[in-house]
Design a protein around this ligand. Structure first.
Ligand code: GLC
Length: 584
């Protein structure tokens, strides 16, 4: 072979390889972008007000998009922004394809997407399929028995007793307490509503409903979003025979939702089928349009076995990219031991079907914040945990600052519907208002959230100290810890490395992330309120040198400090991320 020929062969092989490499990169960017993403939840009402009405809005969010870039966040999901009477603050939708006027217009939304694209931030929208608002034209027409909408909702007669009292069709309960059936005088029937009276359940046994919701999805996909967070998915279908649910034995109060074992109203087999249908819709859309794979993440509090069916069913049919993993909210709390943490982390990984991606939700607008659930001293350690576990991390706005619940909101300032229904004596511990107070940007008027004289929820008074600005100027802070963790997540070892956990003792656990050719990382957490000195020599393979990569804001350690594996001292609730350097 002449030299020219050899060169040509080498060159063309190089080109092909280069080409394949680029193609692979493009494929990854399109199809795998979400697999190691941090999804940041924005609660639009509380994020940033731009027009001084005391309510957050779209222009406010757009004005803050640079914050994500600065923080290292490249994907956000927004709680509902659609037209709504706000009985459940946007989870009661009266027009699925328009923006709530308080939040802005469709043009504002387009501008938000355009700016987000410029900054490389993907936007996911909340999709609320289980119920609309009772003010939705569909419901109004259904009440009036308009033939096109007559069966859009779940209507039943109930029974009229001999003594003249009317009783609902069965014993089903609302998630928020009391019967799930609401009488409608005009239509002279009960409608099913598993949440508030203002949220009638749509009837997914009517194909016209599925069609209507497909159209809603397409409408928003065409606006350039990267996918949906699907709300309340486990409630979509109910038993067609409307059978009574058995008692759970958990409480004697027949009005509480846990009075019954919800075998006929939650996690019905048809739920999975509907999600598989939407998965196809999204996959087809992605295949025929530029831009990233449009994904689905689903919200449902269910058993681990039930949740795994969402990833894919027994026949391997794919559902959403991932069902939210709420174990850090529902299974673990300030009383949990190190073993509890490792157990629940492993449980998800063990149950998860092969080829899928784990995810970890640290907070949301329905549950107390990390600082209030696990304690204010745990904030940095919990973010270390969230960001160094394998897979996807989900942060609720304000958790990067360690914001706390404002539990002392007065009865007269309380607006969360279930809390209002619970009454003056009981509202406080039920209310979701405490975790929904506005974002604390700085120590100015209303923490920089709004210039209005009154905000829709009161500000948490601790904003004067606890705010982003303070944490940006401080040498060390929760925010800076969060930022360094997001940077660290770029490392291949955190993206692709194996995961090996260890319960060091009742109070301390650790895990290694390892990848061939890369330095291993070790995350270690003290989950209790005492100082610990632990020996992890056996766990990490002695010839390693340990150097600190990330510390909490209050830590005695500095980045770069060397540690001895036989005696690592951890302050109460301290977490550390450590690099393991092989000794030559
Ligand atoms: C989801 C939402 C919650 C809402 C409920 C009804 O659980 O996260 O805020 O109240 O669905 O839509």
């Amino acid at each position: 072979m002449g030299i020219i020929k050899v060169l040509t062969v080498v060159l063309s092989v190089g080109l092909v390889l280069g080409h394949n490499h680029n193609q692979q990169k493009e494929q990854d960017a399109k199809y795998n972008w979400w697999q190691h993403e941090v999804f940041y939840q924005i609660y639009p009402r509380s994020f940033q007000d731009s027009n001084q009405d005391g309510i957050g809005d779209l222009r406010g969010i757009t004005s803050r998009l640079e914050y994500f870039k600065e923080t290292g966040i490249t994907a956000v999901w927004l709680s509902p922004i659609y037209e709504s009477p706000m009985v459940d603050f946007g989870y009661d939708i009266s027009n699925y394809t328009n923006i709530q006027p308080e939040y802005g217009t469709l043009e504002d939304f387009d501008a938000l997407i355009a700016r987000a694209n410029e900054l490389g931030v993907k936007v996911i929208l909340d999709f609320v399929p289980n119920h609309s608002s009772n003010k939705h034209p569909w419901f109004i027409k259904s009440v009036a028995r308009d033939p096109e909408y007559e069966n859009f909702y779940v209507w039943e007669d109930g029974t009229l007793l001999a003594n003249g009292t009317r009783v609902p069709p069965n014993n089903w309960l609302s998630v928020f307490s009391g019967s799930a059936w609401e009488w409608n005088d005009e239509r002279q029937q009960y409608y099913l509503r598993q949440f508030t009276y203002g949220q009638p359940d749509l009837n997914y046994r009517n194909p016209a409903v599925i069609q209507a919701m497909d159209d809603v999805m397409l409408f928003w996909l065409n606006k350039g979003i990267a996918g949906f967070r699907i709300d309340a998915i486990i409630y979509i279908y109910e038993d067609a025979q409307l059978r009574d649910e058995p008692r759970s034995g958990a409480t004697d109060d027949p009005n509480l939702e846990n009075y019954l074992d919800h075998i006929y109203t939650r996690n019905q087999p048809e739920d999975y089928g509907l999600l598989q249908h939407w998965r196809q819709l999204l996959d087809n859309y992605s295949a025929t349009h530029d831009g990233p794979l449009r994904i689905m993440m689903t919200e449902g509090y269910a058993s681990v076995a039930q949740l795994m069916e969402y990833y894919e069913d027994a026949n391997g049919v794919q559902g959403p990219e991932f069902p939210f993993n709420f174990d850090f909210i529902t299974e673990l709390n300030e009383n949990s031991t190190a073993a509890d943490f490792v157990f629940y982390i492993q449980r998800w990984l063990i149950y998860m079907p092969h080829g899928h991606v784990a995810n970890w939700v640290m907070g949301n607008h329905d549950n107390p914040r990390v600082a209030s659930r696990f304690g204010p001293k745990t904030v940095d350690a919990m973010n270390m945990l969230l960001m160094t576990l394998p897979g996807i991390a989900i942060t609720y706005n304000g958790e990067e600052l360690g914001m706390t619940d404002y539990r002392d909101i007065s009865w007269s300032d309380t607006v969360d519907q279930p809390a209002c229904e619970a009454g003056r004596d009981n509202y406080k511990w039920i209310s979701r208002d405490p975790e929904r107070t506005p974002m604390q940007w700085n120590d100015g008027l209303n923490a920089g959230f709004s210039n209005a004289s009154h905000t829709w929820l009161p500000m948490n008074p601790n904003y004067r100290e606890l705010n982003l600005r303070n944490q940006q100027v401080a040498r060390r802070s929760h925010y800076k810890n969060y930022q360094s963790l997001l940077k660290l997540r770029q490392l291949p070892v955190l993206r692709n490395g194996s995961f090996v956990p260890e319960v060091v003792n009742r109070r301390v656990f650790a895990f290694k992330r390892e990848l061939k050719g890369e330095h291993s990382l070790l995350t270690i957490l003290n989950v209790k309120n005492g100082t610990e000195v632990v020996d992890i020599g056996d766990f990490i393979d002695q010839p390693n040198r340990l150097s600190v990569l990330v510390t909490g804001a209050e830590s005695q350690y500095r980045v770069g400090d060397r540690l001895k594996a036989e005696a690592i001292e951890l302050a109460p609730y301290e977490g550390l991320v450590i690099q393991l350097n092989k000794r030559k």
